[in-house]
Design a protein around this ligand. Structure first.
Ligand SMILES: [Zn+2]
Length: 65
């Protein structure tokens, strides 16, 4: 899925944005999707997401992947 626009992480206007799912292959709702440039998409998946999930688990959230 490709669409031009503002990356929701770095704020740059890019020609290609990818849908990054916050909850792995979770629900395909608007709330579960970030529109990111390819660079931020990789950053998010590899670095941001694991940390966010760890922090959430430490805070006592359940039902996370
Ligand atoms: Zn970006």
């Amino acid at each position: 899925m490709k669409s031009a626009g503002i990356c929701e992480m770095c704020g740059h206007h890019v020609g290609v944005r990818q849908k990054a799912h916050i909850m792995a292959e979770g629900k395909k709702t608007e709330n579960n999707v970030l529109m990111l440039c390819p660079t931020c998409h990789i950053m998010f998946d590899r670095h941001v997401k694991p940390k966010v999930f760890k922090a959430m688990m430490e805070a006592g959230f359940t039902g996370l992947p």
